[in-house]
Design a protein around this ligand. Structure first.
Ligand SMILES: *[C@@H]1O[C@H](CO)[C@@H](O)[C@H](O)[C@H]1NC(C)=O
Ligand SMILES: *[C@@H]1O[C@H](CO)[C@@H](O)[C@H](O)[C@H]1NC(C)=O
Ligand SMILES: *[C@@H]1O[C@H](CO)[C@@H](O)[C@H](O)[C@H]1NC(C)=O
Length: 509
């Protein structure tokens, strides 16, 4: 069907080199009529306010609106829209919830923004195989609500209630990755509309792999299950190149993800949250390293620095110690939990922790974690009217203490307002910097600080982005990270899949 349409649309609309001129707002009436013929007139908008809304995400990148916004209802319509844009040379920007942090939806060359949220079906749930297929309009919270009484859940949690397909597109992760992995380990298959309108199933249509049998009882093996529980690539398949892996993290530059097959996990039997404060950054990070080395299967381990704790106290009217603090969460059976808590308390106390609190009841736990969940807003409240910019480096855990201590010093020396919060169990941390959007000089200093931090992470064999992606701002750092041959290979892949350079132009490469 799609290929038939492609053939016909090719004939109907010859290439007009739309984007090579870089002109915006230049969609012809005939082209708009063709969009309307695919999705129906009410599902196409050229209204300024709608376009503005779709030209930005939650970052401080200055963005441009697309020329039109289109709402397809199904994958067939997406294929036809892509084919139409392809043959007219019009850029395509896939749009989910707009919660990205690197300007990934910015329409730098104008074009058509495809808002995929009307496609919101949970297509197929396979509880026995621990997998589910979802469309782009399904967010992680919606999926977990749907799974509520199935005994299963999807643990990847970047904070925002993002679209799961968008999370696949950006290689998202967040607080649970230390135990359950990131999107890279949890995406089993993707349905992708290629720029010319062809449909690709990256692992073959309908394919999802069965987990290892012992993944059913994560707690049964006690402490020792930590590392092997979701070891990346443990799923068996030796069938050629890993196309799924190619599209995870491609940020809409290779195709439009219209469905994703996800690996589900058994919902934890019981959960305990804990928090403790430390005399120094070093002591907090050393504790993290020791907890991981002792193979305590911690589900979340988050670091907040003193500035962040102060901001959180003010914002939430609390009185936690204003000191480097760890927030932890443990999942497992009652018995396993008691043991995990005991080990964690022992290790943190050995590193000089004070005030080790823990909470078991859901309400108490959520009160304890409120601080972590509201961290972004707490920092923003430090200087009302300012925007937040979050750096996102990640280093091997052994190098984490030195880079955190250094960053803290650099931050003080820079005179910028910023706080540190991190998924330290993965070696990933964010420096949330405040910037007055009306002050170009400050903006410049923030960008310079972020670039320098990215380079420090690279020097320690880390990455410039643990989870936010490259988007607009980190293209230079990507080149430094993967090297000339790496970038050249990426460009060749991009040129092969998107020869006209229409998929989300200006991002990643
Ligand atoms: C995308 O479309 C959905 C459904 O109509 C809408 O709720 C959402 O606000 C749109 N996104 C933006 C950025 O306007
Ligand atoms: C292929 O990549 C996907 C997504 O990153 C990953 O989940 C899967 O385990 C990989 N498969 C193999 C066989 O390595
Ligand atoms: C805050 O201070 C009050 C009074 O000193 C105390 O009762 C309460 O436990 C403290 N709360 C926290 C979160 O430390």
């Amino acid at each position: 069907m799609a290929s038939l349409l492609r053939a016909t649309t090719w004939g109907l609309c010859p290439w007009r080199g739309y984007c090579s001129k870089g002109t915006q707002g230049a969609l012809s009436e005939g082209f708009v009529a063709a969009l309307k013929a695919v999705v129906g007139p009410p599902q196409v908008s050229m209204a300024a306010a709608v376009r503005e809304q779709h030209g930005q995400d939650e970052s401080m990148h200055r963005c441009q609106p697309p020329d039109a916004v289109v709402w397809p209802q199904n994958v067939d319509q997406v294929c036809r829209l892509a084919a139409l844009c392809y043959c007219q040379g019009v850029p395509i920007i896939p749009f989910g919830t707009g919660t990205g942090l690197e300007g990934g939806v910015c329409a730098v060359q104008g074009g058509v923004c495809i808002n995929l949220t009307h496609m919101d079906r949970i297509v197929e749930l396979n509880p026995e195989d621990f997998s589910v297929v979802v469309e782009p309009g399904v967010t992680r919270k919606a999926l977990n609500t749907h799974l509520w009484d199935s005994g299963l859940w999807f643990p990847v949690d970047p904070g925002a209630d993002a679209s799961l397909c968008g999370m696949a597109a950006t290689g998202a992760s967040g607080t649970n990755a230390v135990r359950y992995g990131t999107m890279r380990e949890n995406v089993l298959n993707l349905e992708v509309v290629l720029p010319d309108g062809r449909l690709l199933h990256t692992a073959g249509p309908g394919r999802h792999f069965r987990p290892r049998p012992w993944a059913r009882r994560p707690s049964a093996r006690g402490l020792g299950t930590h590392l092997p529980y979701v070891s990346p690539g443990s799923r068996k398949s030796a069938a050629g190149y890993n196309l799924t892996g190619l599209f995870v993290g491609s940020e809409g530059t290779l195709g439009l993800i219209t469905a994703t097959t996800l690996r589900l996990h058994p919902a934890p039997e019981a959960t305990v949250a804990a928090t403790c404060a430390f005399p120094s950054v070093q002591a907090a990070v050393d504790s993290t390293v020791h907890i991981l080395q002792a193979a305590v299967p911690v589900a979340r381990i988050e670091f907040l620095d003193d500035v962040m704790m102060d901001a959180c106290n003010r914002h939430n009217k609390l009185n936690y110690s204003v000191a480097p603090t760890l927030f932890l969460e443990f999942h497992g059976s009652e018995q396993a939990l008691a043991e995990q808590l005991r080990r964690a308390e022992e290790i943190t106390q050995h590193n000089g922790a004070f005030h080790f609190f823990w909470a078991k009841e859901a309400e108490e736990r959520s009160r304890l974690w409120t601080v972590r969940h509201n961290a972004w807003y707490a920092v923003l409240a430090l200087r009302p009217g300012c925007k937040g910019y979050s750096t996102d480096v990640c280093v091997p855990i052994s190098r984490l203490p030195e880079i955190l201590v250094q960053t803290k010093e650099d931050l003080k020396a820079s005179g910028l307002t910023g706080a540190i919060v991190g998924h330290v169990g993965d070696g990933n941390f964010h420096c949330i910097l405040l910037v007055d959007p009306e002050d170009p000089e400050e903006l410049h200093r923030v960008e310079a600080f972020a670039q320098q931090l990215g380079r420090q992470a690279l020097a320690l064999h880390g990455t410039c982005t643990g989870e936010h992606g490259i988007g607009l701002g980190k293209r230079q750092l990507l080149q430094e990270e993967v090297g000339a041959v790496g970038v050249e290979t990426m460009r060749q892949l991009k040129a092969m899949l998107d020869p006209r350079g229409l998929m989300n132009p200006g991002k990643v490469l």
